[in-house]
Design a binder for this molecule. Structure first.
Ligand code: GUN
Ligand code: FE
Length: 421
């Protein structure tokens, strides 16, 4: 057992922060044991790490990150989604056929994710099985919790970056069998790229694998207007884009869909009914001029939401950046809706980037008893006076003005994460 001492702040629900000034966050067996103002007698002998005035917060959770696109961030944003995929994304992803290339660049990805305090992440790799296994190994060594998906695509894709249906299914099955029990914190996740790139046969086959081996699922949904029209023309028989995934057996409580910018009431209702997660990725939605997700409508409908950087459509790795972008996006939506759709508060945005997305990983993203001891220590002395500000104000200031240099320690399941090599 051990304790971190400092100013502890987290959200167990979206409405408000829980604040414990100058207190002890106690860990036992990788989980949160409790928070104490004074250590009780039976804990008097445990090791204490005193972080003084620093803030202690849950680790960040990123529900959507394309590892091979890290190399492309900041590039190609003059295009919208479909052109961007063809011109920039597919040519870069195709290079991961080369294992040396994958090893070199995926190590950089792990370093940046570590640096920015993300302790749990849902990653997409490429169609290449070997590079996907390399990515899993790198995240395991880094100690970061991760779902890692080998991407599947068997139609409407360039001939240099496509699989046959049979090959895609058989390779995915072998890869799942090899990796599903290999690591404690890194797991495979089924990853059909999006409806336009996956045949019905492939999607149904992937759904069978997910069910048979109890594997989570991630994909993209209603991100861009042209994309939504394309899906409608490919599958006119279904009510919405999400209804296609649902009919294929891919929409359940172990599914996370990125974006959902153009979801109508029917689609939102279905996502709520299926208890699926949505990864809100405002940074990416701005860069590719996709639009602004009507977040409040999802929250009101009871859809489970987390945040995603969507690197490389998003250009920043820090989930704290996405928190402020989600707030900004919601304020535009609020104005556009005639001030009807309430904008996000800071505690709501913080919740989405910690416990909201953390629910996809289990008891993650909060300091309630029994939650994974995933924590960050934030030294904010360079951001302004600490003594005249409340703990809540200091956290807000870090979200808006801080960066990776303020993150001085990272823990996952109670273990300190060293910088990945
Ligand atoms: N839709 C299908 N593939 C992608 C991708 O790589 N990035 C984003 N943002 N959307 C997608
Ligand atoms: Fe994406």
């Amino acid at each position: 057992m051990k304790a971190l001492k400092g100013n502890i702040i987290f959200t167990s629900s979206p409405e408000k922060f829980e604040v414990f000034e100058n207190s002890y966050l106690v860990e036992s067996k990788g989980k949160v044991y409790g928070i104490f103002k004074k250590l009780p007698q039976h804990l008097k002998n445990i090791k204490i790490h005193n972080f003084g005035k620093s803030l202690i917060i849950p680790g960040f959770v990123d529900l959507h990150f394309h590892a091979p696109q890290f190399q492309n961030i900041g590039i190609g944003y003059d295009e919208e989604l479909l052109e961007w995929l063809n011109k920039y994304t597919f040519p870069e992803e195709a290079k991961y056929d080369n294992e040396e290339y994958a090893k070199r660049l995926y190590k950089k990805v792990a370093k940046e994710i570590w640096r920015n305090g993300t302790t749990r992440v849902s990653l997409l790799s490429t169609i290449h099985r070997n590079a996907t296994e390399i990515l899993m190994d790198i995240f395991h060594k880094a100690g970061i919790g991760a779902y890692v998906g080998k991407v599947n695509m068997d139609r409407n894709s360039p001939d240099y970056y496509i699989e046959s249906t049979e090959e895609s299914l058989s390779v995915t099955k072998d890869w799942i069998l090899k990796t599903k029990d290999k690591y404690p914190l890194v797991k495979p996740i089924i990853t059909p790229r999006f409806v336009p790139a996956c045949s019905e046969k492939l999607m149904r086959g992937l759904a069978d694998l997910a069910e048979k081996y109890d594997i989570k699922i991630q994909s993209h949904l209603s991100e861009n207007q042209e994309e939504v029209e394309w899906v409608k023309s490919l599958h006119p028989e279904y009510e919405t884009y999400a209804h296609v995934y649902d009919a294929m057996g891919l929409l359940n409580e172990d599914t996370v869909m990125a974006h959902a910018v153009y979801s109508n009431e029917k689609e939102i209702e279905l996502l709520a009914e299926r208890k699926s997660f949505v990864a809100h990725c405002p940074n990416a939605n701005y860069n590719l001029a996709s639009g602004i997700m009507p977040l409040r409508r999802f929250i009101d409908a009871g859809v489970k939401i987390g945040l995603g950087t969507d690197v490389g459509a998003g250009h920043q790795v820090g989930i704290y950046k996405v928190m402020s972008q989600a707030i900004q996006a919601s304020k535009i939506k609020w104005l556009e809706s005639g001030k009807k759709e309430e904008y996000l508060t800071t505690s709501e945005a913080f919740y989405l980037g910690t416990k909201g997305g953390g629910r996809f990983f289990g008891k993650v993203g909060s300091f309630e008893k029994g939650y994974s001891f995933d924590a960050l220590v934030i030294d904010d002395k360079n951001l302004g006076d600490r003594d005249i500000r409340s703990i809540e104000e200091r956290l807000q200031r870090f979200i808006y003005c801080g960066d990776d240099r303020n993150i001085i320690k990272r823990y996952v399941e109670g273990k300190v994460l060293c910088e990945p090599i």
